[in-house]
Design a binder for this molecule. Structure first.
Ligand code: PXG
Length: 288
Protein backbone atom coordinates (compact mmCIF):
# COMPACT_ATOMS: atom_id res chain seq x y z
CA UNK A 1 0.00 0.00 0.00
CA UNK A 2 1.19 3.48 -0.85
CA UNK A 3 0.58 6.33 1.56
CA UNK A 4 0.50 9.99 0.56
CA UNK A 5 2.72 12.20 2.71
CA UNK A 6 3.12 15.84 1.71
CA UNK A 7 3.03 15.30 -2.02
CA UNK A 8 4.89 11.97 -2.16
CA UNK A 9 3.59 8.42 -2.32
CA UNK A 10 5.65 6.18 -0.08
CA UNK A 11 5.41 2.49 0.79
CA UNK A 12 3.49 1.73 3.97
CA UNK A 13 6.68 0.72 5.84
CA UNK A 14 8.25 4.07 4.96
CA UNK A 15 5.17 6.10 5.83
CA UNK A 16 6.41 7.80 8.97
CA UNK A 17 5.97 11.10 10.76
CA UNK A 18 8.36 12.79 13.16
CA UNK A 19 7.96 12.20 16.88
CA UNK A 20 8.17 16.01 17.13
CA UNK A 21 5.02 16.42 15.06
CA UNK A 22 2.47 18.08 17.31
CA UNK A 23 -0.17 15.76 15.91
CA UNK A 24 1.73 12.98 17.68
CA UNK A 25 2.87 14.95 20.74
CA UNK A 26 -0.44 16.67 21.52
CA UNK A 27 -3.13 15.33 19.20
CA UNK A 28 -2.88 18.73 17.53
CA UNK A 29 -4.47 18.09 14.17
CA UNK A 30 -7.63 17.13 12.35
CA UNK A 31 -8.85 14.31 10.15
CA UNK A 32 -11.56 13.04 7.83
CA UNK A 33 -12.81 9.55 7.08
CA UNK A 34 -14.16 9.29 3.53
CA UNK A 35 -15.65 6.38 1.57
CA UNK A 36 -14.92 5.20 -1.94
CA UNK A 37 -17.76 3.24 -3.54
CA UNK A 38 -17.19 1.56 -6.90
CA UNK A 39 -14.59 4.13 -7.95
CA UNK A 40 -16.56 7.15 -6.69
CA UNK A 41 -15.55 9.19 -3.65
CA UNK A 42 -18.73 9.85 -1.66
CA UNK A 43 -19.43 13.48 -0.71
CA UNK A 44 -15.79 14.52 -1.15
CA UNK A 45 -16.61 18.21 -1.27
CA UNK A 46 -18.58 18.02 1.98
CA UNK A 47 -15.71 16.20 3.70
CA UNK A 48 -13.21 18.78 2.48
CA UNK A 49 -15.45 21.61 3.60
CA UNK A 50 -15.68 20.06 7.09
CA UNK A 51 -11.88 19.65 7.07
CA UNK A 52 -11.52 23.36 6.25
CA UNK A 53 -13.91 24.27 9.08
CA UNK A 54 -11.96 22.06 11.51
CA UNK A 55 -8.71 23.70 10.37
CA UNK A 56 -10.16 27.17 10.76
CA UNK A 57 -11.49 26.37 14.23
CA UNK A 58 -8.05 25.29 15.46
CA UNK A 59 -6.20 28.12 13.64
CA UNK A 60 -4.36 25.77 11.35
CA UNK A 61 -3.59 27.37 8.00
CA UNK A 62 -3.72 24.70 5.34
CA UNK A 63 -1.47 25.70 2.45
CA UNK A 64 -3.34 23.45 -0.01
CA UNK A 65 -6.42 24.35 -1.99
CA UNK A 66 -9.55 22.18 -1.84
CA UNK A 67 -8.86 21.12 -5.44
CA UNK A 68 -5.30 20.05 -4.58
CA UNK A 69 -6.47 17.96 -1.64
CA UNK A 70 -9.29 16.44 -3.74
CA UNK A 71 -6.78 15.44 -6.40
CA UNK A 72 -4.45 13.92 -3.77
CA UNK A 73 -7.38 11.91 -2.40
CA UNK A 74 -8.28 10.58 -5.86
CA UNK A 75 -4.65 9.85 -6.72
CA UNK A 76 -4.26 7.92 -3.44
CA UNK A 77 -7.09 5.63 -4.56
CA UNK A 78 -5.60 5.26 -8.05
CA UNK A 79 -2.12 4.50 -6.72
CA UNK A 80 -3.56 1.68 -4.63
CA UNK A 81 -5.91 0.36 -7.33
CA UNK A 82 -8.76 0.88 -4.93
CA UNK A 83 -12.35 0.79 -6.14
CA UNK A 84 -14.07 0.40 -2.77
CA UNK A 85 -12.50 1.51 0.43
CA UNK A 86 -11.88 4.03 3.09
CA UNK A 87 -9.77 7.14 2.82
CA UNK A 88 -8.25 8.53 5.98
CA UNK A 89 -7.09 12.11 5.53
CA UNK A 90 -4.99 13.57 8.33
CA UNK A 91 -3.67 17.08 8.73
CA UNK A 92 -1.25 17.58 11.61
CA UNK A 93 0.11 20.81 12.98
CA UNK A 94 3.55 19.63 11.85
CA UNK A 95 6.99 19.34 13.40
CA UNK A 96 7.81 21.72 16.26
CA UNK A 97 9.47 21.75 19.67
CA UNK A 98 8.27 20.33 22.95
CA UNK A 99 5.72 22.65 24.46
CA UNK A 100 2.09 23.18 23.61
CA UNK A 101 2.43 26.31 21.53
CA UNK A 102 2.17 25.57 17.83
CA UNK A 103 4.05 28.74 16.90
CA UNK A 104 7.19 26.82 15.91
CA UNK A 105 5.25 24.39 13.74
CA UNK A 106 5.57 26.09 10.39
CA UNK A 107 4.71 23.21 8.06
CA UNK A 108 1.40 21.33 8.48
CA UNK A 109 1.56 17.73 7.29
CA UNK A 110 -1.00 16.20 4.93
CA UNK A 111 -1.27 12.42 5.08
CA UNK A 112 -3.72 10.27 3.12
CA UNK A 113 -4.22 6.56 3.70
CA UNK A 114 -6.49 4.78 1.21
CA UNK A 115 -7.34 1.34 2.53
CA UNK A 116 -10.17 -1.07 3.33
CA UNK A 117 -12.34 -0.74 6.40
CA UNK A 118 -14.92 -2.85 8.15
CA UNK A 119 -16.22 -1.27 11.30
CA UNK A 120 -18.78 -3.87 12.26
CA UNK A 121 -19.01 -7.48 11.06
CA UNK A 122 -21.71 -7.91 8.35
CA UNK A 123 -24.04 -9.89 10.65
CA UNK A 124 -24.67 -6.79 12.77
CA UNK A 125 -26.42 -5.18 9.79
CA UNK A 126 -28.85 -8.13 9.92
CA UNK A 127 -29.16 -8.56 13.67
CA UNK A 128 -28.51 -5.00 14.88
CA UNK A 129 -26.26 -3.63 17.59
CA UNK A 130 -26.70 -3.80 21.35
CA UNK A 131 -25.50 -0.59 22.95
CA UNK A 132 -25.16 0.89 26.40
CA UNK A 133 -25.03 4.44 27.70
CA UNK A 134 -21.50 5.26 28.74
CA UNK A 135 -20.65 6.87 32.06
CA UNK A 136 -18.04 8.84 30.11
CA UNK A 137 -19.70 12.08 29.07
CA UNK A 138 -19.12 13.71 25.69
CA UNK A 139 -16.63 16.54 25.97
CA UNK A 140 -18.21 19.89 26.79
CA UNK A 141 -18.40 22.14 23.69
CA UNK A 142 -16.94 24.92 25.84
CA UNK A 143 -13.82 22.77 26.30
CA UNK A 144 -13.49 21.49 22.74
CA UNK A 145 -16.29 21.88 20.20
CA UNK A 146 -17.26 18.33 19.15
CA UNK A 147 -17.89 19.70 15.65
CA UNK A 148 -14.12 19.80 15.19
CA UNK A 149 -12.96 16.43 13.87
CA UNK A 150 -9.74 16.62 15.83
CA UNK A 151 -7.04 14.05 16.53
CA UNK A 152 -8.14 14.08 20.18
CA UNK A 153 -10.35 10.99 20.37
CA UNK A 154 -9.54 9.89 23.92
CA UNK A 155 -12.95 11.01 25.15
CA UNK A 156 -14.64 8.72 22.64
CA UNK A 157 -12.08 5.93 23.08
CA UNK A 158 -12.74 5.80 26.83
CA UNK A 159 -16.46 5.39 26.15
CA UNK A 160 -15.82 2.72 23.51
CA UNK A 161 -13.53 0.81 25.88
CA UNK A 162 -16.20 0.93 28.61
CA UNK A 163 -18.77 -0.52 26.22
CA UNK A 164 -16.52 -3.24 24.80
CA UNK A 165 -15.33 -4.27 28.28
CA UNK A 166 -18.96 -4.69 29.28
CA UNK A 167 -19.62 -6.87 26.22
CA UNK A 168 -21.42 -4.29 24.07
CA UNK A 169 -20.57 -3.18 20.57
CA UNK A 170 -21.05 0.52 21.00
CA UNK A 171 -21.69 3.22 23.59
CA UNK A 172 -24.13 6.10 23.57
CA UNK A 173 -22.52 9.24 24.97
CA UNK A 174 -24.48 11.87 26.87
CA UNK A 175 -23.42 15.49 27.14
CA UNK A 176 -22.78 17.16 30.48
CA UNK A 177 -26.47 18.14 30.69
CA UNK A 178 -27.50 14.52 30.36
CA UNK A 179 -28.85 14.78 26.82
CA UNK A 180 -27.84 12.26 24.19
CA UNK A 181 -24.92 13.51 22.08
CA UNK A 182 -23.87 10.65 19.79
CA UNK A 183 -22.12 7.29 19.77
CA UNK A 184 -18.32 7.07 19.98
CA UNK A 185 -17.79 7.34 16.23
CA UNK A 186 -21.32 7.55 14.88
CA UNK A 187 -24.40 9.75 15.05
CA UNK A 188 -27.61 8.39 16.53
CA UNK A 189 -31.23 8.53 15.34
CA UNK A 190 -34.49 7.24 16.75
CA UNK A 191 -37.94 6.71 15.28
CA UNK A 192 -40.88 7.67 17.48
CA UNK A 193 -44.49 7.69 16.32
CA UNK A 194 -43.51 7.89 12.67
CA UNK A 195 -40.98 10.70 13.01
CA UNK A 196 -37.20 10.47 13.10
CA UNK A 197 -35.25 12.41 15.71
CA UNK A 198 -31.54 13.09 16.12
CA UNK A 199 -29.64 15.30 18.57
CA UNK A 200 -28.60 18.74 17.30
CA UNK A 201 -24.91 19.61 16.90
CA UNK A 202 -25.30 21.83 19.97
CA UNK A 203 -25.91 18.68 22.05
CA UNK A 204 -22.38 17.54 21.22
CA UNK A 205 -22.89 15.68 17.96
CA UNK A 206 -20.44 15.83 15.11
CA UNK A 207 -22.18 17.12 11.99
CA UNK A 208 -21.75 13.79 10.25
CA UNK A 209 -21.72 13.56 6.47
CA UNK A 210 -23.75 10.34 6.75
CA UNK A 211 -26.10 12.16 9.14
CA UNK A 212 -26.64 14.84 6.50
CA UNK A 213 -27.27 12.15 3.90
CA UNK A 214 -29.89 10.55 6.18
CA UNK A 215 -31.72 13.90 6.27
CA UNK A 216 -31.98 13.58 2.48
CA UNK A 217 -33.03 9.92 2.71
CA UNK A 218 -35.83 10.82 5.15
CA UNK A 219 -37.02 13.61 2.83
CA UNK A 220 -37.02 11.16 -0.10
CA UNK A 221 -39.11 8.74 1.99
CA UNK A 222 -41.49 11.50 3.09
CA UNK A 223 -40.60 10.97 6.75
CA UNK A 224 -40.24 14.00 8.98
CA UNK A 225 -36.78 14.25 10.58
CA UNK A 226 -36.26 16.65 13.48
CA UNK A 227 -33.19 17.74 15.44
CA UNK A 228 -34.13 17.63 19.09
CA UNK A 229 -32.50 17.14 22.48
CA UNK A 230 -33.04 13.51 23.44
CA UNK A 231 -32.79 11.84 26.84
CA UNK A 232 -31.91 8.22 27.59
CA UNK A 233 -35.62 7.71 28.24
CA UNK A 234 -36.39 8.82 24.67
CA UNK A 235 -33.99 6.15 23.42
CA UNK A 236 -35.45 3.47 25.69
CA UNK A 237 -38.99 3.99 24.42
CA UNK A 238 -38.02 4.51 20.77
CA UNK A 239 -39.82 2.47 18.11
CA UNK A 240 -36.56 2.10 16.19
CA UNK A 241 -32.99 3.27 16.53
CA UNK A 242 -30.03 3.39 14.18
CA UNK A 243 -26.56 4.88 14.02
CA UNK A 244 -24.78 6.48 11.10
CA UNK A 245 -21.19 7.09 10.11
CA UNK A 246 -18.86 6.95 7.15
CA UNK A 247 -17.50 3.59 8.21
CA UNK A 248 -20.69 2.13 9.74
CA UNK A 249 -23.05 3.61 7.10
CA UNK A 250 -26.56 3.05 8.54
CA UNK A 251 -26.64 0.34 11.19
CA UNK A 252 -29.67 -0.77 13.24
CA UNK A 253 -29.64 -0.67 17.05
CA UNK A 254 -31.85 -3.32 18.68
CA UNK A 255 -31.09 -2.90 22.36
CA UNK A 256 -30.25 0.14 24.50
CA UNK A 257 -29.33 -0.25 28.17
CA UNK A 258 -30.91 -3.73 28.16
CA UNK A 259 -34.21 -2.38 26.77
CA UNK A 260 -35.08 -4.12 23.48
CA UNK A 261 -35.98 -1.80 20.62
CA UNK A 262 -38.61 -3.01 18.15
CA UNK A 263 -38.72 -6.36 19.95
CA UNK A 264 -34.95 -6.72 19.56
CA UNK A 265 -35.08 -6.70 15.75
CA UNK A 266 -33.98 -4.11 13.17
CA UNK A 267 -36.95 -1.93 12.29
CA UNK A 268 -38.64 -1.48 8.89
CA UNK A 269 -37.99 2.28 8.68
CA UNK A 270 -34.29 1.72 9.40
CA UNK A 271 -34.27 -0.77 6.52
CA UNK A 272 -35.89 1.81 4.22
CA UNK A 273 -33.38 4.49 5.20
CA UNK A 274 -30.53 2.04 4.60
CA UNK A 275 -31.93 1.14 1.18
CA UNK A 276 -32.19 4.79 0.10
CA UNK A 277 -28.74 5.47 1.55
CA UNK A 278 -27.25 2.61 -0.49
CA UNK A 279 -28.87 3.93 -3.66
CA UNK A 280 -27.33 7.35 -3.00
CA UNK A 281 -23.82 5.99 -2.45
CA UNK A 282 -24.00 3.95 -5.63
CA UNK A 283 -25.35 6.82 -7.76
CA UNK A 284 -23.35 9.74 -6.43
CA UNK A 285 -19.74 10.62 -5.81
CA UNK A 286 -16.69 11.97 -7.55
CA UNK A 287 -15.06 9.62 -10.06
CA UNK A 288 -11.42 9.03 -9.11
N1 PXG B 1 -19.44 11.24 15.44
C1 PXG B 1 -18.13 11.03 15.63
C2 PXG B 1 -17.53 11.33 16.97
C3 PXG B 1 -17.34 10.56 14.58
O1 PXG B 1 -16.03 10.37 14.75
C4 PXG B 1 -19.32 10.49 13.18
C5 PXG B 1 -20.03 10.98 14.26
C6 PXG B 1 -20.03 10.26 11.89
O2 PXG B 1 -19.64 11.23 10.93
P1 PXG B 1 -19.57 10.90 9.36
O3 PXG B 1 -19.14 12.17 8.74
O4 PXG B 1 -18.54 9.81 9.21
O5 PXG B 1 -20.91 10.47 8.96
C7 PXG B 1 -17.94 10.28 13.34
C8 PXG B 1 -17.14 9.75 12.18
C9 PXG B 1 -12.07 6.29 11.94
C10 PXG B 1 -13.38 6.82 11.50
O6 PXG B 1 -11.13 6.34 11.14
C11 PXG B 1 -14.08 7.73 12.27
C12 PXG B 1 -15.29 8.21 11.80
C13 PXG B 1 -15.79 7.79 10.61
C14 PXG B 1 -15.07 6.90 9.85
C15 PXG B 1 -13.87 6.38 10.30
O7 PXG B 1 -11.96 5.83 13.07
N2 PXG B 1 -15.97 9.10 12.57
Amino acid sequence: MKVYINGDFVEQAEAKVSVFDHGFLYGDGIFEGIRLYDGNVFRLDEHLERLEYSAKAILLNMPWSREEIAEAVCESCRQNNLKDGYIRLIVTRGVGYLGLSPKNCTQPQLIIIADKIQLYPPEFYETGLKVITSSTRRINPAALPPMIKSLNYLNNILAKVDAVNLGFQEAVMLNDQGYVAEATGDNIFILHKGKIYTPPASAGALVGITRQTVFECAADLGIELLERNLTRYDLWIADECFMTGTAAEVIPVVEIDFRPINGGKPGPVTAQVLEVFRSKVSEQGQRI
